[in-house]
Design a protein around this ligand. Sequence first.
Ligand code: NAD
Length: 525
Amino acid sequence: MTTTTTTAPAPDAAERATFESIDPATGDVVGVHPVHDETDVRAAVARARASADWWAGLGFDGRREVLTQWRGVITRRLAQLCDVVHQETGKPHGDAQLECALAIDHLAWAGSHAEKVLGRRRVSPGLLLANQAASVEYLPLGVVGVIGPWNYPVFTPMGSIAYALAAGNTVVFKPSELTPGVGTWLADSLREVVPDHDLLQVVTGYGETGAALCRAGVDKLAFTGSTATGKRVMAACAETLTPVVIEAGGKDALLVDEDADLDAAAEAAAWGAFANAGQTCAGVERVYVHERVHDRFVELLAERARGVHAGTDVEAKIGPMTMPGQLDVVRRHVDDALARGGRAVVGGAEAVGDRFVQPTVLVDVPEDSEAVTEETFGPTVTVRKVRDMDEAVELTNAGKYGLGSAIFTAKRGDDLARRLRTGMTSINSVISFAGVPTLPFGGVGDSGFGRIHGPDGLREFTYAKAVTRTRFKAPLNLTTFERTPEQDTMVATLLLALHGRATQLPKLPRRPVETIRGLGGRRRG
Ligand code: NAD
């Protein structure tokens, strides 16, 4: 596939600034991409707008058909897409395939459920306006801008792209500067299905290209990335009152109760913490374990951590750190944790190399150290002994992030899940919520706001359109200057019957008559 059809056309290849996409495992250059500037981005948005009416006008059935064909193309070329993901992120092919599989499943769900979730439906008009027929539907916004990260360069942006398209919008996508080839591949594959309309275009470049997209007049901006950049995106979008979805960082906790299946908990903690080299927004970064099972759990987790290593050999279950700069963050967190009394049961300072970080399990780390409070985004995890699950909930909720969480317990899952201030919780598994297309995905606090996936994710890329239609002349017309005092009395009577019954009034303590008189006297005076 070529990359020229979906990216903004280079006016003069000689003048166009470019940047290289690098294989983080080897340092090899795997692609060269244009740095799109403000003019390019605005042109892409203008093309997207020109296609928006056609796409919205296709209706749910037409769009479902296109998205089904696109899903087929991606699925048949899965190995090719996984290759690009592997080259640009360094993650093993199996992991690349897993994220693509989940993205394809979401695309299928979004396409086939858009009508049910967004289509026009009648709603009750209520008694006061009983002569009206009322309906609501969710209409496309127009053009949606999507800015994505590098850690799951297919799954993460597709959580916005697939749902925005299914809802009837066209999309301009700015992938991470570390994974421009993946973004371009996705846009090119849709272009094959619909060559004559700009449904999904890619603009490539650094933060400036993303900032230009925020200011290019899109109707909504869906951002996934770090909290710090999310704040900049929101500030830029505020200039034009462009609404935003912010899917930002996390510091997810896993809670282990005294009655938990410890083997399963340790297995899940290891996978949640080390998979994708820990570069998962909803990965496990902290574990709080009931004191009665803490020591055994640490043994089991350490065993598993020792069985996993980062590298490029066929045995390696995890790859390199995709973003070189993140190595400094991981090193700082580990060093700080150790300097402040923490202990590395597995890994430690020497586990942080030049490109790879080996699994690291830290215990006795103070709760106010960076390894516990900040997103580490590496294959490291802290484990802390807690008195009971109440303390575990308290410590989890003390963090500023609130993306996901996990609980291992035999009996108390639902109760504990409700008490955790996170957008998502999985009980007796990790990160399962991300793969269930019917569930909304998103966080609270510094993890952002708004939701992708599921019905909420579809509605996120629409506006609610409310319509009333007069069915017959109302016996009691409220919206006329002809309204009579008798009709006002009827309204008051009706209101009393509907909302004013004594049982609905809060019971107030009786006050002595003098107090009431006294109050009245003061008011008059
Ligand atoms: P990042 O914030 O550095 O970059 C994200 C994107 O924003 C990139 O495309 C980047 O070019 C662009 N960008 C940078 N500056 C910009 C600006 N001023 N205006 C507009 N766009 C700008 O994040 P990253 O390092 O690519 O990704 C890792 C982060 O993403 C982690 O914090 C991780 O937790 C988070 N993440 C969150 C989710 C989620 O769903 N909540 C999913 C995946 C990753």
